[in-house]
Ligand binder design. Structure first.
Ligand SMILES: O=P(O)(O)OC[C@H]1O[C@](O)(CO)[C@@H](O)[C@@H]1O
Length: 544
């Protein structure tokens, strides 16, 4: 892959100039000057309608952003990504979550070997196992069918399965799913306190099987289990997902109960692998397959569609536009579906762990901004929480609005209210409300002129706040797969433009190392080797 500092490209320089020309133009004027603006800046693909016309862009902006993508070598980078090259160069690994959802006839090589047959073998194992658990054919040690599944993992080994399971709760079977991630003992104890060891299945998920949180929680869960059950029964109740088969066996899990994954699957992109076992247990293999099929369709769209019509490319370039030219620091993700409650926090890991980098692919410190801060909550709750700041605060916060035409329980009255809010918010963020309108409205409501003068300025909305609307027919396993894959590829495109390695995460190591050091010091009761602030805090803790 080419390593190009984006700021040295012709397109970047043109974008800087272009930014000066458009930065103060109000989108309201863009809409009034061009009646076909909505058509020009929207993409209809399968059951997705993506309208990005409410962004501070013109046709020139779009062209220059796509020129930038070309100049940064996006096409070649995509070939390397899908082709299994070791694009995660700092760990010398391919990045092939796309292989996990490729068709079974595909041939995708890693180190000269087609990985698809192995992927299919693991899928078959997941399918059989989940069918046996769901149907009750597989039983706990007293012969009762399982009622509860506890997924123990953290980061990508938790957020993906947890988010998907929550998002597809409508499709869930009788099994109760629980997720334990935090090393906070209150998390594990609170979760297991009401469980019955006879009917509980533990799925320990850790790509490396060295993660302190997961191993501690798994150990605690096993100790809890062994309080009432002989050790010989562990194999009926504990399974694991990992690349590290030796470590899993050393932990005491039967090799038969290991669902393998591969180092070419990044943790935060792993829900499509055996890491999705809990998803499969919750919604069944057919629905899991549909999720993968949705992602596969998005992969094909991304791979084969020209940049102008390419959803991940367009969305990624919008982020570059705001991040690097408007200097917007964050982006909000607002799903208008309570089921998607966990989608923003899932994306926080996917996006921020990937693109929160400040060294470029040549090992040099970057001289431009990279990864944005991601945050969000479902609408309409978020409207009553932080929307005030988006509407009237001083910061520019581009927001993605994700909504569905149809609700799952088909309560039309609720759905209409929800969606009226969905459309109203992006319209309000676009148009705002000027002072004259405020005054007219107040006069109409018979406010006295002194009252009007006193509060008119507070009621003004500048508008011109960018939003992108992703309108999907219905929340299904397939449409969710498409949506997740859309953001995965958006991350990839951004990494190419910013010339950073999106698939490592060295930034999480230092804190882990220091935590191990401090933990050892707790045992020795010696905390001298620290800065004075940390030392005092440690003493406060130890004196407790
Ligand atoms: O699956 P593992 O190896 O336990 O790692 C869990 C998580 O820890 C990280 O390595 C760092 O947070 C993530 O990238 C990963 O998803």
């Amino acid at each position: 892959m080419k390593a190009i500092n984006p700021t040295t490209t012709k397109a970047w320089k043109q974008l800087e100039k272009h930014y000066e020309e458009v930065k103060d133009v109000h989108m309201k004027d863009m809409f009034s000057q061009d009646p076909s603006r909505a058509e020009k800046f929207s993409i209809k693909w399968e059951d997705f309608y993506v309208d990005y016309s409410k962004n501070r862009i013109t046709e020139d902006t779009r062209k220059l952003l796509l020129d930038l993508a070309e100049e940064c070598g996006l096409k070649g980078a995509m070939d390397a990504y899908f082709g299994g090259e070791a694009i995660n160069q700092t760990e010398n690994r391919a990045v092939l979550h796309t292989a996990l959802r490729a068709s079974k006839d595909a041939a995708i090589q890693v180190d000269g070997e087609n990985v698809i047959p192995e992927v299919e073998n693991v899928k078959a194992k997941i399918k059989d196992f989940s069918f046996e658990v769901i149907s009750g054919a597989k039983k706990g040690f007293t012969g009762k069918p399982f009622t509860d599944v506890v997924n123990i993992g953290i980061g990508g080994s938790d957020l993906g399965p947890d988010m998907v399971t929550q998002s597809l709760k409508f499709y869930q079977n009788h099994l109760n799913l629980h997720f334990i991630s935090n090393v906070d003992g209150d998390h594990v104890h609170e979760t297991i306190k009401d469980l019955n060891p006879e009917t509980t299945l533990f799925v320990i998920v850790s790509k490396t099987f060295t993660t302190m949180e997961t191993l501690s929680n798994a150990t605690t869960a096993r100790e809890w289990f062994l309080k009432s059950v002989p050790e010989t029964e562990v194999s009926k109740h504990f399974v694991a997902v990992s690349t590290n088969l030796e470590k899993v066996e050393a932990f005491g899990i039967d090799p038969e109960n290991i669902f393998p994954m591969w180092d070419w699957v990044g943790g935060r992109f792993s829900l499509w692998s055996a890491v999705g076992l809990s998803i499969c247990l919750a919604i069944g293999y057919e629905n899991f397959s549909a999720l993968l099929e949705g992602a596969r369709k998005m992969d094909e769209h991304f791979k084969n569609t020209k940049f102008e019509e390419n959803l991940p490319v367009q969305l990624a370039m919008l982020t570059v536009w705001y991040n690097n030219f408007f200097k917007a620091e964050s982006e909000a993700i607002i799903p208008y579906s309570q089921y998607l409650e966990k989608f923003p926090s899932y994306l926080q890991q996917a996006i921020m762990e990937s693109n929160g980098k400040s060294v470029d692919r040549n090992g040099e410190k970057v001289n431009y901004e990279t990864g944005t801060i991601i945050w969000g909550e479902p609408g309409t709750n978020s409207q009553h929480a932080f929307f005030q700041l988006i509407h009237q605060g001083t910061k520019l916060i581009p927001a993605d609005f994700i909504g569905f035409k149809r609700s799952l329980f088909r309560d039309k009255a609720h759905q209409d209210k929800l969606m009226a809010n969905f459309f109203a918010q992006t319209e309000a963020l676009l148009n705002g409300k000027d002072e004259q309108t405020v005054v007219n409205e107040m006069k109409f409501k018979k406010f006295r002129s002194e009252e009007i003068d006193k509060i008119r300025s507070f009621k003004v909305f500048e508008g011109n706040k960018p939003t992108t609307t992703i309108l999907i027919d219905k929340l299904t396993p397939e449409s969710l797969g498409k949506l997740i894959a859309l953001y995965e590829h958006k991350i990839f495109v951004q990494g190419v433009i910013w010339n950073i390695f999106s698939y490592d995460q060295w930034g999480v190591e230092l804190g882990k190392q220091l935590a191990s050091k401090i933990l050892a010091e707790f045992d020795d009761d010696s905390v001298e080797d620290h800065d004075s602030s940390t030392r005092n805090l440690l003493k406060q803790y130890l004196n407790n």
